[in-house]
Structures are given as C-alpha cells and as structure tokens.
Design a protein around this ligand. Structure first.
Ligand code: ZN
Ligand code: ZN
Length: 384
C-alpha cells in the first residue's frame, strides 16, 4: 500500500494503522476490518502488541453508529476467531462484547468510575454483562438487600469490578495458523455444504481467513453424524485416512489431528465435525494419556485374547492413550452390558481394591462391538 505523507510510523504495523484510520474516516469499516484480520492472520504475535490492541478496540467500538456507515463491519468479521482475543464474553449468558476498559493499562487509566457497563472479577476474570448484572439486581429481595451474587464472583468471592479485560470467546481454537496443514469438515445432513458456508464455521473457530479456502476440505457426511464421542473419533479417523490417501496431507496425519465438534451460528445450527491436521513438524499439543486399567464387560461371548489385543490396539489408535503396563480385566456383563452396569462394576472394583479410588470419576466408558458382541470398555486414566 502507498505510504501516506502524514504517516507517523515507518514500520509495517504503522503503515497498517495509517491505512486503517484512513479507511474508517471514509466510513469503510468493512475494508478496515479486513485489513486488520489479514494482518492478524499473518502475524501471530500481533495480538499482544499494544498498538494493534488499540487499533482493534477502536475498530470494534460503537458499532451501532457504524451501521449507517458506507461500509459497516459484517457479523462474519465480528465472529472471526482472529478478532476474538480482543472481545469479552459474559460468563453467564455468553454474549460477546467489546469492553471500553480493556485497554485501561495502555491508556494509563488508574481508577475507573461511573456507571459500569460490564463487571469482572479481577482474580479469575469471571464476567457479567450489563443485562445479567441488572437482572440479578432486580431479583434481589429488596433494593438495599445485600445480594452476594450481584457483588461477588461466584468462584472466588472477590467483588466484581472494573476494568473488564478481554477474555476471548469460547470455542475458539487458539493456534498458530501457519502450523495447519489441512482442515477436514463434515456437516450433519444429506446436503453437503458449500465452501462459503463451511468457511463461515471454520473462520469462527480457527484463526483463518476466507482466503485459506485451499486448506479446507469438505467431506461427505454419513447418513447421520454419530452422537457419541467414540463414533465421532471413528468418523474423524476415516476423514484423515481419506486425506492421506488423496495425498492432501503427509503420512502419519492421525498423530497430528485434533477433533472438534461445533454448531454453526447458534446451538440450533447444524452440527459440524472438524478435524484440524497440523504440519508434520508440529505435533499434537495434547500429550497421550497414561492408562492405569482397562475393564471390559463382555456380552454372552467371551472375547478371545486376539480380540482383546485388537480392541486395545484399536483404542490406542483412535485415542491418544498409552496402554503400556495397564491392567486389563474381563468380566461377563450378561446379554447386553450397559454403561450403567459398567459404572456399577467399577464402583465394586474400587471397593475391592482392584482399581484405585476415584477411578469412576476419571473413567471413560464406551460401548463397542467386539466380534459381533457388544462390550462395555472402561478406560481408567492414571491419576496425576
Ligand atoms: Zn450476560
Ligand atoms: Zn473470581
């Protein structure tokens, strides 16, 4: 972009700031926001830069005035994962807003007084928006009655106050976009989504732009998306295998894959399963979980040693667990062993000292098929 004669800065961010202010003066907020999002996409540390923070907050401020602007910012831009770190989310209603006091440190504000728009716990950042805050007031028994909920953080009993700093938005996956090799997406329903529909979902979740379309691969959904985590793991694995077979991602992609389930827009929107695969030099951030015990409740047919070995191998392959040294126990569970029976069995094993105390709280319980017979598999991760 050409350097403006009145430019205050000589660096890249300075040029962006000049350019963005020029666009906002002309009422071109959408273009200005696009410039900021593009910069954030390609400069991973920019979110921490105080000049960038000031710029982003200025752009996010008083959005209502700007709805009349020549080019208002779009909802899609405001839902971008790239802008999310500058936003604050209400801990109660999950509404997202831009806090005027988020920059109090940068602006040298020491004490903030006046009618608070939002409130926040200065210790754990529990946040209440104005609506939730007034709502709680209205429900107190009397105007002057002390209501701890209106005044104290429910988590650490600190008084809620200001400044209200940015908390980010739930559901955003913070990662360096440069480490992403591919994203596989499946949407629930018989009609496959368009790339533009999928990009709306992807950019809300991952710090990517619509320009990153080449990284996104839309896959055909099974007749219905599996409800349980186990089924989704299997689906995710088949997506990754497809991409690997098609040469889209390099070998060993499953070890670099992270699975996410999300809904588009509202919770009522169609469910999507997203699998993010990182480039080979960026391994998964989640270390494998060490497993202490595996308990299998089998149906009428007792699985043989080979079937059990395959089952454990399958578990290991699907989830980031390490089973080395884990104790394996097999029990008969009747005609159709259920998850409830598994929980009951685990409590009994705890009582008998066969598995450590607290196993049930940590246990991951799945019903799967072993050689045509349903089995409940209980994985007990090791205590920290
Ligand atoms: Zn709220
Ligand atoms: Zn707190």
């Amino acid at each position: 972009m050409p350097k403006r004669p009145d430019s205050q800065y000589s660096d890249e961010l300075g040029e962006l700031i000049d350019h963005v202010y020029g666009l906002t003066k002309a009422g071109r907020y959408r273009s200005a926001m696009d410039e900021v999002l593009t910069y954030l996409r390609h400069h991973k540390d920019a979110h921490e830069n105080s000049r960038m923070r000031l710029l982003a907050h200025t752009l996010l401020r008083s959005r209502t005035d700007r709805l009349q602007a020549e080019e208002p910012t779009t909802d899609e831009q405001l839902r971008s994962a790239l802008i999310a770190p500058f936003l604050t989310q209400c801990s109660q209603c999950e509404r997202v807003g831009n806090s005027m006091t988020a920059l109090s440190a940068e602006l040298g504000m020491e004490k903030i007084t006046g009618n608070p728009a939002w409130l926040q716990c200065q210790r754990c950042r529990y946040t209440l928006c104005r609506d939730c805050f007034t709502d709680r007031r209205d429900h107190s028994s009397g105007v002057d009655a002390p209501n701890p909920l209106t005044e104290a953080c429910p988590q650490c009993r600190e008084l809620l106050s200001q400044p209200v700093l940015a908390t980010g938005r739930k559901g955003v996956i913070a990662m360096d976009p440069e480490t992403i090799e591919a994203v596989a997406v499946v949407r629930h329903g018989p009609i496959p989504p368009t790339m533009s529909q999928v990009l709306t979902v992807v950019t809300q979740l991952l710090p990517l732009l619509a320009d990153d379309e080449a990284l996104v691969h839309i896959k055909r959904a099974p007749s219905r998306l599996p409800e349980d985590e186990w089924g989704r793991e299997k689906l995710a694995r088949s997506l990754v295998q497809d991409l690997e077979r098609d040469g889209v991602v390099r070998a060993g992609a499953w070890q670099r894959a992270e699975r996410h389930v999300t809904h588009s827009g509202s919770r009522q929107g169609p469910a999507h399963v997203l699998v993010v695969i990182r480039k080979p030099d960026h391994r998964m951030t989640v270390p494998p979980v060490r497993v202490e015990a595996v308990v299998v409740l089998h149906g009428p047919v007792t699985p043989g040693p080979l079937e059990v070995e395959l089952l454990v191998h399958d578990l290991e392959d699907i989830m980031p667990f390490t089973f080395a040294g884990a104790r394996l126990s097999l029990y008969g569970g009747g005609q159709a062993p259920s998850a409830e029976l598994g929980q009951f069995m685990l409590l009994r094993l705890e009582d008998e000292g066969e598995v450590p105390r607290g196993s049930l709280e940590r246990a991951i319980i799945r019903t799967i098929d072993v050689g045509g017979s349903p089995c409940v598999v209980i994985v007990v991760p090791a205590a920290d």
